[in-house]
Design a protein around this ligand. Structure first.
Ligand code: AHG
Ligand code: MN
Ligand code: MN
Length: 339
């Protein structure tokens, strides 16, 4: 059986009743093509001079890796000229990136985390690229795009996905019709479908959290993880396994494939930061994918995709994966408030 390529999949989606618009198809093709180029750079590592720090900090105050900057530049350059975008925003840029006047402006807004898990790059562990697509407000063609135009709740995303640069390079994508996975065939240079309509397997007793932050967690998270740790003798009456890669893309991908729950919850380390992960280009796109795969994504009490954003780089608590496990954490948050 011949496997379907990404292009074939997108053309099929374009011909459906609720057709995928041509500009959105072009956008996804260009992002996917850029992820191929990023994958090649990640693969080269030290041999291509790709490892190490830039010697600068991004707007988040985090040390930039060379690959953060290279991947960011690639995504900007590739998406400027196609006429499909009104503007872009990224983890690595303080403010939005407008489409230069020499190119036509399009209907969409693109946000990305060029390299997720970049602290893993230098030690040859899995990293990824996350992206989120919104429609630009209708009046935008006659005026300059502003940061406010991006501040739409995640439920308005028209597409989201990630590339994962692991033992295989994969692209995981949703345009709101389920979640599809494509593998990069390095011999033909094509993205080839490897799984369709991914559903998060239910009931896998495996959690992902950075345990070193335990003393800063809220009581509801303390209770949830504590009960997992109690295993067979505790209230869950089952032993749990734990995995933490330090790359959200890798942890969420594992959950998509074999189930479990991911938590990077609110903690009390820095009162100014309501979490570590960023809403617009980490939590929203990954939340969209998880929901499209039958899972749930909450910040504790609230659905992530319903949060009304207030800033491009806003942070948020993240609890996502197997819906029954996420429901349990939501209940523990509600019970902690009621108590
Ligand atoms: P980024 O590399 O884009 O800044 O994101 C890193 C994120 C995420 O991928 C991961 O889950 C988390 O940071 C890991 O943080 P800790 O080092 O605090 O565990
Ligand atoms: Mn990230
Ligand atoms: Mn990043």
């Amino acid at each position: 059986m011949q496997r379907k390529t990404l292009t074939q999949f997108l053309v099929e989606q374009q011909r459906r009743e609720a057709a995928l618009p041509g500009q959105l198809r072009l956008l996804i093709e260009i992002v996917a093509r850029t992820c191929k180029a990023i994958s090649i750079s990640v693969n080269k590592g030290a041999l291509g001079g790709m490892l190490g720090d830039m010697g600068a900090e991004n707007v988040q105050g985090e040390a930039q890796k060379k690959l953060d900057v290279i991947a960011n530049e690639r995504l900007l350059e590739a998406n400027e000229w196609g006429g499909h975008l009104a503007a872009m925003a990224s983890e690595e840029m303080e403010t939005i990136h407008l489409i230069p006047n020499r190119y036509p402006k399009g209907e969409y807004l693109l946000m990305f985390d060029p390299i997720d898990g970049s602290s893993n790059v230098d030690v040859n562990l899995t990293v990824g690229t996350i992206f989120s697509v919104l429609r630009a407000p209708e009046d935008v063609s006659g005026r300059a795009v502003t940061e406010e135009d991006f501040l739409q709740s995640g439920r308005h995303q028209v597409a989201a996905g990630y590339a994962i640069y692991g033992p295989q390079t994969l692209l995981v994508l949703s345009v709101g019709t389920g979640v599809y996975e494509f593998g990069l065939d390095r011999e033909t240079g094509s993205w080839v479908m490897t799984q369709e309509r991914i559903r998060i397997p239910e009931g896998n007793r495996e959690f992902a959290i950075n345990m070193s932050n335990q003393r800063f967690w809220a009581p509801a998270v303390q209770r949830y993880v504590g009960e997992c740790m109690d295993g067979k003798d505790g209230p869950r009456e089952a032993n749990f396994n734990m995995r933490w890669t330090g790359s959200m893309v890798a942890d969420i991908h594992r959950i998509l494939k074999r189930g479990g729950i991911f938590l990077y919850p609110w903690d009390s380390r820095d009162p100014k930061k309501p979490g570590k992960l960023r809403l617009m280009y980490e939590a929203n796109p990954m939340g969209f994918i998880v929901e499209q795969a039958g899972g749930k994504a909450f910040d504790g009490p609230h659905r992530i995709l319903d949060i009304a954003p207030t800033g491009l780089h806003q942070r948020v608590g993240v609890i996502m994966g197997d819906r029954a496990e996420v429901d349990r954490v939501i209940d523990y948050h509600r019970e902690a408030v009621d108590a």
